[in-house]
Design a protein around this ligand. Structure first.
Ligand code: GLA
Length: 735
């Protein structure tokens, strides 16, 4: 067993635990200790075979001392003996929010899960998995509880696999992925709400007794009102560099439910999983019900460290091609909307080259013949090139792109169908709707029934055909604009399985696509950021944070997304939203995966030159943004400015972005901003880049500062009304 990475201890030591409801003194018979680099999760198997979560927090130097947890956290009688259950079953002793509830084949609703066995295995260096099997004594139902730990990144994924051998089907009426129990004096929850063009609006609140629920019942585009990503902070509101925090979220692109229950003994229980709303899942005997993964990281040094851990974990283990490269691009959505033809696109391909980006992305409007897609009210589902707009097909555009030395990508929305489409006419039985009720539309469209394997085949084939017919197709923007109304599958026998089986069907399709096209870059879009989560991002290389591309708004949004997702995944496009000059817009887009969605041919000459230079700067420095560490230096919600620093792993190159976000009289950076993540012993130069036209920077690029000075005293980027955005390249002397 490797001590330095993660260890699992089974301590058979019979420690007495006193808190019991029925007067019996139970004994702890065994502890299962999971450790990451800095954190520990301790499960305790009681003598009555209950499995409890005894501890989640900083790891102890001396492993033997986990034995003393029970006496340290001794609390009064809890009436049930199971407030701390590792997976709370309902219908027997439980009095709190359950993790699992069932209706057995005989109609009985009781469940009491007891320890059977556990197994630990190293998946690969740094990644260890613990499986704990619990079982009901009366009914043939068992659950495998999975805990997968990523030691270096302090990340834990938890999920459950439920199965039974009852005579007949059972109904799962609740089926959480994880059930955490945490101790602290108080708990603060930062969560997010939003709407179209208003993604990631944060709110932080102290949790009071009872349950605070973050959930979605939208089916698709599930994050439109709120994502499952959250920040839990212990004892005080969250801070960037101090305090204990837990950053988490569900890896699931559908309905979710996260319950934060401050229990009668002031401990926090988190029940996280798919939403059971309208979803009593009917499970056949011997069928495995696998929940999505609930993901979290803990840090004792605030949200900054926690985010960097998540970024590292995501790039290494989750985000598709997280450690790879990305393509800069020119998109035509805001430049043309639905109004284009081959000639217009040919000239945009030339503009792509002129700008210096890697790829041209053709957005919505290229398909449909019986019903041409000239607006958003028709044609979804009819994925053939519109003959009027593109008489020579996509292949002609791909050839033209290639002769301009750029790549070509395309927009699709393959889960959807317009009522006005040939697909709808051919396959009304593939559409999610209630036969006996009027159709109700979101953006004039309906959702295809992805629980149906035939529909899954159709969606797979839509993409597959595009790739087969158009060799050279280099990029896909996969959109999903509608939520699910009138949830009903013409295919499923068990309607209550629909919400779950929809997402499973979608993931089957994405698995197949990735099986055949493992690395084609795909952007995850959902009318903006309606589906940004790590369940989806395992199939996508990047996401579209929001249709709102006003750079001032984007500073705030990108800042919040950055708590959970690395910059390499954030598609940031320069558009005409907002009144800011081109420099400001480009500087903001540079903080992630840069793209453009502007009419290049109408750019004033100096703006064009600026963009071309900025693309070159970006190409030189993108590796630092994509693969380096991110440090949030100034929060635009707390200061008049935002400041974000990226530093490469060698700590010899950095990129410091600064923006004025409050334009009132005399605002600016009155003093220095402290940098982070540098080597105190190295000497650094700071050079302003992305200078517009002939403007001269007031910053002396030859001055050397030690990392120590920059981190203790800081540096003033001199933001003010006439310098609203300042990008600085930070270079160690000698590099
Ligand atoms: C959604 C996307 C946009 C664009 C349009 C096309 O709104 O978020 O970026 O692709 O669809 O209809």
């Amino acid at each position: 067993m490797k001590r330095s990475i993660l260890s699992l201890l089974a301590i058979c030591c019979y420690i007495f635990v006193s808190a019991q409801s029925n007067g019996l003194q139970l004994k702890t018979t065994e502890q299962l200790v999971l450790e990451t680099k800095n954190q520990a999760l301790v499960l305790q198997i009681e003598e009555n075979k209950d499995v409890n979560m005894a501890y989640l927090g900083p790891k102890l130097h001396n492993k033997q001392e986990y034995n003393m947890l029970a006496s340290a956290y001794k609390q009064a009688d809890d009436y049930t003996g199971m407030y701390k259950a590792a997976y709370t079953a309902s219908g027997s002793r439980n009095l709190l929010e359950p993790a699992i509830s069932v209706i057995h084949a005989d109609g009985n609703q009781s469940l009491d899960l007891k320890y059977v066995k556990h197994q630990q295995r190293e998946i690969e260096p740094n990644v260890t998995q613990l499986k704990v099997t619990v079982k009901d004594a009366v009914y043939a139902l068992e659950v495998d509880l999975y805990y997968q730990v990523y030691a270096a990144e302090n990340v834990i994924e938890q999920w459950a696999v439920i199965k039974h051998q009852e005579k007949g089907t059972i109904e799962l009426t609740k089926y959480a992925s994880a059930n955490l129990n945490i101790k602290a004096e108080s708990f603060w929850l930062k969560h997010y709400h939003g709407d179209w063009a208003m993604e990631m609006q944060p709110e932080e609140t102290k949790l009071t007794h009872g349950i605070k629920t973050i959930d979605s019942k939208l089916g698709t585009r599930a994050n439109l009102f709120q994502p499952s990503a959250f920040i839990l902070s212990f004892n005080e509101p969250s801070h960037e560099d101090v305090g204990s925090v837990l950053l988490g979220g569900l890896e699931w692109g559908g309905n979710f439910k996260l319950d934060f229950e401050l229990d009668p003994q002031d401990n926090l229980r988190i029940l996280a999983g798919m939403n059971n709303h309208a979803s009593n899942y009917v499970l056949k005997a011997n069928e495995e019900f696998i929940t999505p993964k609930f993901l979290y990281t803990l840090s004792n040094n605030g949200t900054g460290e926690a985010s960097r851990n998540l970024h590292n974990w995501s790039r290494k283990y989750k985000l598709l091609d997280g450690q790879g490269e990305r393509l800069t691009l020119l998109n035509n959505w805001e430049a043309t909307y639905f109004d284009f033809n081959e000639n217009k696109l040919f000239s945009l391909l030339k503009d792509t080259k002129k700008l210096g980006v890697d790829l041209f992305l053709l957005d919505d409007g290229w398909f449909g013949n019986k019903y041409p897609r000239n607006g958003d009210t028709s044609s979804l589902g009819d994925w053939e090139e519109n003959k009027e707009k593109l008489p020579n097909g996509l292949i002609s555009l791909i050839k033209e792109a290639s002769s301009n030395d750029v790549k070509f990508g395309i927009w699709v929305e393959p889960e959807m169908v317009s009522p006005k489409s040939e697909l709808y006419e051919r396959h009304p039985d593939w559409v999610v709707k209630q036969e006996n009720r009027p159709e109700y539309y979101f953006r004039s469209q309906l959702v295809l029934d992805l629980s149906n394997p035939k529909v899954q085949d159709f969606v797979f084939k839509t993409l597959d055909d595009l790739f087969i017919k158009n060799p050279g197709l280099a990029y896909v923007k996969w959109d999903c604009n509608a939520v699910i109304y009138n949830a009903h599958s013409p295919y499923l026998k068990e309607q209550a399985n629909f919400y779950v089986d929809y997402v499973r069907g979608l993931y089957k399709v994405l698995e197949r696509i990735r099986g055949k096209y493992p690395k084609i870059p795909m952007m995850l879009c959902s009318g903006g950021g309606g589906r940004v989560d790590y369940g989806s991002l395992q199939y996508f290389t990047e996401y579209w944070p929001s249709d709102n591309t006003d750079p001032l708004e984007r500073i705030f949004m990108q800042y919040e997304y950055s708590y959970f997702y690395p910059a390499i995944a954030s598609s940031n496009h320069v558009t005409d939203w907002g009144k800011q000059p081109i420099k400001f817009r480009v500087d903001v887009a540079m903080m992630g995966k840069m793209g453009f969605d502007i009419v290049v041919s109408e750019l004033p000459e100096k703006d064009l030159q600026f963009c071309q230079q900025a693309v070159q700067n970006y190409n030189q420095l993108k590796d630092v943004i994509w693969h380096g560490d991110q440090f949030r230096l100034a929060n635009p919600r707390e200061e008049d400015y935002a400041s974000i620093l990226y530093v490469n792993k060698n700590k010899d190159t950095g990129l410091l972005f600064n923006y004025l976000v409050n334009y009132r009289y005399n605002t600016g950076t009155a003093g220095p901003i402290k940098l982070k993540g540098l080597d105190p012993n190295k000497q650094y130069r700071l050079e302003e880049i992305n200078l517009y036209d002939q403007s001269v920077s007031p910053i002396d690029k030859n001055q050397l500062y030690s990392g120590d000075f920059l981190m203790k005293v800081g540096f003033n980027p001199q933001l003010k009304a006439s310098r609203k955005s300042v990008v600085l390249k930070v270079t160690a002397n000698g590099v």
